[in-house]
Write a protein that binds this ligand. Structure first.
Ligand SMILES: [Zn+2]
Ligand SMILES: [Zn+2]
Length: 80
C-alpha cells in the first residue's frame, strides 16, 4: 500500500507541515475482522471512518501512548 501512494503523516499535516509516513496505523477491526485490515475505511453506526491512517514514526508512537493512557484511566475508574 505504501508503494502505491505517496503517503504523508496525517497528524503532521494537521499541524501544518509535511512528513513522510513510515507507518500505517490501523484504527479498527484488525484483530476482530482481519478482512478489514486492508480496507481503507470502515462503517460504524452508519458513518464511514478511515481505517488506515498514514503516520510518521513519532506520531504513531504518540497515537499508541494516548490509547494506553485512556485504558489506564478507565481501569482506575472501574476500581471506584
Ligand atoms: Zn507525524
Ligand atoms: Zn498503530
Amino acid at each position: 500500500m505504501l508503494k502505491d501512494h505517496k503517503y504523508e503523516c496525517q497528524k503532521c499535516k494537521e499541524r501544518g507541515f509535511y512528513k513522510k509516513a513510515t507507518h500505517v496505523h490501523h484504527v479498527q477491526y484488525v484483530k476482530k475482522h482481519p478482512r478489514l485490515a486492508l480496507s481503507k475505511t470502515y462503517i460504524f453506526q452508519g458513518k464511514e471512518y478511515k481505517n488506515l491512517i498514514p503516520l510518521c514514526h513519532n506520531c504513531h508512537e504518540e497515537e499508541h501512548d494516548h490509547r494506553q493512557r485512556k485504558k489506564k484511566k478507565l481501569l482506575t475508574e472501574e476500581r471506584w
